[in-house]
Ligand binder design. Structure first.
Ligand code: PMP
Length: 406
């Protein structure tokens, strides 16, 4: 997939640009081949996309708003949807957030981009949990940041100093991508203490919130802070990212940033020069799906399907992969993070064998800014039907045997 490098004069981006085709695009594309089992993409089950309900909602939206939703929108987003998001976040956190605290974005992905653009100059520090979301690393690559690993125990040497220097801390406390880990309430509160003491920002990225399989996730870090500052205009350190990509459909491209009003205004300026405005049409459609209560009724259905798929994948892995890998059953989200038990397994090398067996996963190296982590793989269970998951795991076992014999 390699190609010659364009003349952009950015040594820090050289290896990224030379791939010519982003790793994410490669993983998305790979699923299209016949008889191929892709456990790579972080994709929902396509058969659960609510096509008919969306068609009806689109009709209602166009009747309700007419040509107004075919204009460039207000940069902050459709006011009624901003208000609905403010209400949702207020209910989840027990304090008032208003529309002034909400910027609607083109997916949570745009939130990551805008925060990087606003806050990070080249060479500045981001403290992040690792392994971490590849899309965030890609969003910030043009900013050329430095990274320090967030240690959730907060005991690592140098952690306090790193937090003081950091432009922001990046965390996915609910069912992280790629590990599926649910961060404990104690760890959330302790991180918030440290962030407040260090005077930095905390970027809480929460796309997997709706996908809770084994009981509630509990309050997010924004809610923790709201409990400490229950009244008045919100002026805390948390910048919260939400999305409808998991509860409804990623193709809507509707997400949001919730933060203090002055930061929202600054992010809106940055957004304006990025895309003028997100699509009002899909925001109006999203509003219908929320107001009609469709989203709330839909989530339990997808959760039931995904829980079953998670269990099928983990059962198949116990049967076929447990000699070589270990994992925790994720209590939510979309992924099982499988860690090699033996140093002979290198998941970059395993990936090539997996492609020959017509199965794909995402190797751990892409979730690490240095590409050095080669001992684990991310396996998606939401996209494929149970029998496909089982077949995919059998193929992974064959690929592992091949890598070990190579
Ligand atoms: N953050 C994380 C951790 C993700 O895994 C994803 C993609 N699923 C996103 C953000 C981007 O989501 P969206 O579709 O809302 O842009």
């Amino acid at each position: 997939m390699s190609q010659s490098q364009p003349r952009v004069g950015r040594p820090a981006l050289a290896s990224w640009l030379s791939t010519g085709n982003s790793i994410t695009q490669q993983f998305m594309a790979i699923g299209g081949q016949a008889d191929f089992v892709s456990l790579a993409g972080g994709l929902p089950a396509a058969e659960l996309y609510p096509v008919e309900a969306m068609a009806a909602a689109q009709e209602r939206a166009l009747t309700r708003w007419g040509s107004a939703i075919l204009e460039y929108g207000p940069i902050e987003g459709l006011p009624a949807l901003r208000a609905a998001v403010a209400e949702r976040v207020s209910a989840a956190s027990g304090r008032r957030f208003g529309p002034e605290n909400v910027l609607l974005t083109t997916g949570a992905m745009q939130g990551l981009d805008l925060v990087g653009k606003l806050l990070v100059d080249p060479g500045e520090l981001i403290v992040s949990q690792f392994p971490t979301y590849l899309g965030a690393l890609d969003a910030w690559r043009p900013r050329a940041p430095r990274y320090e690993k967030l240690d959730w125990s907060l005991q690592a040497p140098g952690q306090d100093a790193a937090l003081r220097q950091a432009k922001f801390v990046y965390a996915v406390p609910n069912y992280s991508n790629p590990t599926g880990v649910l961060v404990s309430q104690e760890e959330r509160a302790a991180l918030l203490d440290k962030v407040l003491a260090a005077g930095t920002w905390l970027l809480e990225d929460d796309p997997y919130l709706p996908l809770q399989f084994d009981g509630p996730a509990g309050p997010g870090i924004l809610a923790h802070h709201a409990q400490r500052q229950p009244n008045g205009a919100y002026d805390g350190p948390v910048i919260y990212l939400g999305t409808l990509s998991k509860s409804l459909a990623p193709g809507l491209r509707v997400g949001w940033i919730v933060a203090e009003a002055s930061l929202i205004a600054a992010l809106a300026l940055v957004k304006q020069s990025t895309d003028i405005a997100s699509s009002l049409l899909t925001q109006a459609l999203a509003l219908e799906m929320i107001e009609s209560d469709f989203e709330a009724q839909h989530v339990p259905k997808i959760v039931a399907t995904y829980r079953e798929r998670r269990d099928v994948l983990c059962a198949a892995a116990s049967e076929h992969l447990s000699d070589w890998f270990e994992w925790e059953v994720p209590p939510g989200g979309m992924f099982v993070w499988m860690r090699a038990k033996t140093p002979e397994i290198d998941t970059d090398a395993l990936y090539a064998h997996a492609l020959q067996e017509k199965v794909a996963f995402v190797p751990s190296s892409v979730f690490d800014p240095d590409g050095a982590l080669k001992s684990a793989m991310r396996v998606n269970f939401t996209r494929s039907a149970p029998e496909v998951l089982t077949e995919g795991v059998r193929r992974l076992a064959r690929a592992t045997r091949r890598q070990l014999e190579a």
